[in-house]
Design a protein around this ligand. Structure first.
Ligand code: HEM
Length: 506
């Protein structure tokens, strides 16, 4: 009898708690959580995140939560949710990305939070539309210099060609002239390490570094490279007007506000931000233009009308010239629409109401530019490459089409967007002015991560710990599901090779 009374109390207490939680959960969006504690649906989601999001939207509606690897990620796919994502003060960019920055560049969270706003304002100013003209001269010169290396004709993988042009062009322009290696072996190393770092950036932002040996090696290689070169980078100011490059201005803020120790880490972060999206966008833009004969023809007519017949001259491309070549700008923007990042993210800092649901603080609010740009409500015939849809955008006033969010939005929208657009336009113009180009392969699909890749990461680590071993066994048992996983972070790379044949125009 003495035992029955406390037992009843406990049962009633649990019931009340259960009902309370149920009530609270009733107002939360549907949650896909799986049955494995902490991991949740991590494996299913990690295998094919973009497909997972789209299937979940079809099954659960415009807002749903995915529980994976200890994180609650609430996806918004329609107006009301998108507006909250873009405008609400109850969601925060810095708190959403501080973990990613910590894992990928080893920048302590307190340092990131202390410096972020100041750095952002500087980057936005230096690469803003008012200052963009300062880059046109150097970008043209650097592109001409790199194009010389291509000779008079050849056949090459287009992605490789674009990387060989834009890695040095971007680094010499934004970091420091002559920082990029000139020795063949060192250039090769730079390419290999950058691609390894970029390729697994997404895993690197989530998994412990000890599981990602190759990725970790690339990260260390760049940190050491920056550490060695930073004194030279700082010392070498512009001879013309003593102005600072983007990296120099970044280092000045980092070293004044914190310590020199953090400089290589910010160098690495800036390097990744400046190359990881703009370079594949240049590849896709050229590939789209060359695989659409009518658009290719119109682009070539435009180039000839502005620069005349091609010759050996090193033409200068001014901002006025770019205004006259609107079709090329539309092609770049249309490419970015189709190859937009898989997700952008914010942290919910105060409970927020969307479509009668309450999203609790602590959730990551997620928006997929990739899927939003494929919604026919906002972009009719979304799968088609239609540069002319950009006619409607007020580009003179620097605004994009409604619902175009490839550069993020709100207070911390990508500060490099105008520079990226400029660089890609100039790259396309100069290649097509100098060479007659044609693709020898069809337009490639975007690269898929596959389960084998994830599996190989864990296979490497199985000797080290038992958790990895279990994950490896799990992945092995799912090896028949050779499922694609379109990139979540950033612009996707092409799958396989896509060769271009080029011949100097005369
Ligand atoms: C087409 C090329 C590019 C795309 C699609 C792109 C896209 C993005 C996106 C989606 C974000 C996150 C914004 C948000 O969540 O609201 C971002 C941030 C950022 N981007 Fe870009 N980006 C591109 C090129 C560049 C370039 C060339 C730079 C040059 C340095 C750059 C520098 C940055 C930086 C520093 C941030 C972080 C801003 C912050 O911490 O507040 N991006 N970019």
């Amino acid at each position: 009898m003495e035992l029955i009374f406390p037992t009843v109390i406990i049962i009633l207490g649990c019931l009340a708690l259960f009902l309370l939680l149920q009530r609270k959960n009733l107002r939360r969006p549907p949650c896909i959580r799986g049955w494995i504690p902490w991991i949740g649906v991590g494996f299913e989601f990690g295998k094919a995140p973009l497909e997972f999001i789209e299937k979940a939207r079809i099954k659960y509606g415009p807002i749903f939560t995915v529980f994976a690897m200890g994180n609650r990620m609430t996806f918004v796919t329609e107006e009301e949710g998108i507006n909250v994502f873009l405008k609400s003060k109850k969601v925060d960019f810095e708190l959403a990305v501080q973990n990613i920055v910590y894992h990928t560049a080893s920048i302590p969270k307190n340092v990131f939070l202390a410096l972020h706003e100041k750095l952002y304002i500087m980057l936005k100013g230096k690469m803003g539309t008012v200052n963009l003209h300062q880059f046109t001269g150097q970008l043209t010169e650097e592109l001409h210099e790199q194009l010389e290396n291509l000779g008079t004709h050849g056949t090459m993988d287009l992605n490789n060609l674009v990387r060989h042009l834009l890695y040095p062009v971007t680094v010499n322009t934004l970091f420091n002239k002559s920082w990029f290696p000139i020795n063949k072996k060192k250039i090769k190393e730079f390419h290999q390490y950058f691609q390894a770092y970029d390729e697994d950036f997404e895993y690197g932002s989530q998994l412990p570094e000890c599981l990602l040996r190759n990725w970790s090696k690339s990260k260390k290689w760049f940190l050491e490279l920056f550490e060695k070169n930073i004194p030279d980078i700082k010392a070498c100011k512009s001879a013309k007007d003593n102005s600072m490059t983007l990296l120099q201005a970044t280092l000045e803020i980092v070293e004044t506000e914190t310590s020199k120790e953090n400089s290589p880490n910010y160098g690495l972060l800036l390097l990744w931000a400046s190359l990881s999206n703009a370079v594949p966008v240049a590849f896709w833009t050229l590939a789209y233009i060359l695989s659409h004969p009518d658009i290719h023809k119109a682009v070539m007519e435009g180039i000839s009308s502005v620069f005349g017949k091609a010759g050996k001259d090193k033409i200068k491309v001014s901002e006025d010239d770019l205004e006259k070549l609107l079709l090329i700008k539309w092609c770049v923007l249309e490419t970015i629409r189709l190859k937009a990042p898989g997700v952008i993210t914010r942290r919910v800092v105060k409970p927020v109401e969307i479509l009668n649901y309450i999203i609790p603080s602590g959730d990551l609010l997620m928006l997929s530019p990739f899927w939003l740009h494929r919604n026919p409500k906002y972009f009719p015939e979304p799968e088609l490459f239609k540069p002319e849809r950009w006619k409607k955008a007020n580009l003179e006033k620097h605004s994009f089409l409604d619902c175009f969010v490839a550069f993020g939005s709100g207070k911390f929208q990508c500060p490099g967007r105008w520079f990226a657009l400029l660089e890609v336009q100039m790259c396309v113009i100069l290649i097509l002015y100098k060479y007659d180009c044609s693709l020898l392969d069809p337009l490639p699909k975007q690269r898929k991560k596959n389960i084998w890749h994830l599996q190989s990461i864990f296979m490497e680590a199985t000797e080290q710990d038992s958790i990895s071993k279990n994950i490896y066994i799990f992945l092995e048992s799912h090896d028949h599901e050779y499922i694609s996983s379109l990139h979540l972070v950033g612009v996707p790379q092409p799958e396989g090779q896509c060769r271009i044949e080029y011949k100097q125009r005369i």
